[in-house]
Design a protein around this ligand. Sequence first.
Ligand code: ACM
Ligand code: ZN
Length: 530
Amino acid sequence: MKKQILSLLVAAMSMTAAAEVNYQVVPLPQKIEIEPGGKFFTLVQGLTVGYPADNALMKRNAEFAEEYFGFLPKTADKKGADVSLTLGLKSDNPDAYVITVGKKGINIQGASESGVFYGLQTLRKSIMNEQGEVRLPFATVSAEPRFAYRGTELDCARHFFPVSFVKKFIDILALHGINRFHWHLTDDQGWRFEVKALPELAEKASVRPHTIIGRNVGLADPSNAIFDDTPETGYYTQQELRDVVRYAAERFITIVPEIDLPGHMVAALSVYPELGCTGGPYEVWCTWGIADDVLCAGNPKTLEFLKTVYGELCDVFPGELIHIGGDESPRVRWKSCPKCQAKMKELGLEKEAQLQTYINKEMESFLQKRGRQIIGWDETLEGGLSEKAAVMSWRGYEGGKAAAKLHHHVVMTPTSHCYIDYYQLKNTNAQPLAIGGYLPLSKVYSMEPVPADLTDEEAQYIMGAQCNLWTEYVVSPDHAEYMLLPRLAAMSEVQWLQPEAKNYEQFLGRLEGLKGCYKKLGYKYCTGNE
Ligand code: ACM
Ligand code: ZN
């Protein structure tokens, strides 16, 4: 017994003295080949990192290596450096990387700069929890993600999150190898995007004087609502947004901005009531649910307004995809609006849903002139998709499936697997108030974004998957982190791993290491794994 305790002690001491890493991180690399022979490269102070000259992104990668590991990016000449960051990996996948650890040191080679960045993340997660001398076994570690679109959505309209948190959120995405930040910027309850030509949007439509307390299922009986007395305000200036775009791009994250149309527009209607079918008056919504009041599709001013807003949106956000929303837009006002009905007659439309398609087509051609593609929620299928519109399938997989069959690009984000505003533990008393539902970690992990009954050709249209964090009931940055983590870790394996490589039990083991990283980085997370 004594002997056993002694050997345990010795083992514990040697663990703090020298830690040998195993590269088994989240998302799991495709290949981890440790060289036989027990050789390793030891991380010591003063190691240098080289990178190709005249490449700003690789220079930035070298700066990240300094931030993460203390490597010194002293020279733009990679010769003679202990760690080298290189390009030229032969792969069709720009995000592919290979880490080679050998007697000459460490080489992280990418098929492009983003691949090098993902290699750095893998190395970072491999060593972050180690103490004392860190030893990297001679090895080859490589990976490439399954999907090109690896997203996460954050709703900053229902609750406003400051730029400092948005940057932390982007850091969290980067840690998980996620490369699209779908930013929901406007809704009935608040407008957060500065439009210079329409200053009332930022000044007034961003202000919610108070918010309903507790759960609310719509406006069935507004007289019963009890409100807090805390105004919810805030918007992002275009200068701030450009700074966030740059911050995200350095981390190989493209922002997909969303201005939700023609529904979810009550905040905008509160300052431009003439854009609603009834003419208002309207107020920024202080409760949750789906509003009947939407943009009037028959008023020419509506398209003028939208083109001004999206024109400025394009000035700020350079990414190809622009999200036009399109979800939960009742057609009840359009049915009784003379302008909308006249527009239907003029265009020869049979049903109100086609009015939404008419707006989408107008916006698509406006945005295409700026080199952009539209993406919308799956309701945009109902009146017929515009020419090249991509679809975000949220009410299940069916919308995405139908769109893929029509050869439209698709992002899968069904409520059943991707809505991380839902509870993550069975015991709802152990969590902050949520919108409802139950989406445990294991369910996110089990997601398969490509429906089995698509042909190989149709399956190519599934660009990827994403989690959505709606924030009706998510009131603070800490709360947002708690909802995100660790479910984002499960999503990152959905996005990166081939289905046959996924294994939930093994994932849970590796997740313990990632939780260590969360702790080190000061991220809040849910400690239960269901
Ligand atoms: C949605 O959750 N309304 C897209
Ligand atoms: Zn109308």
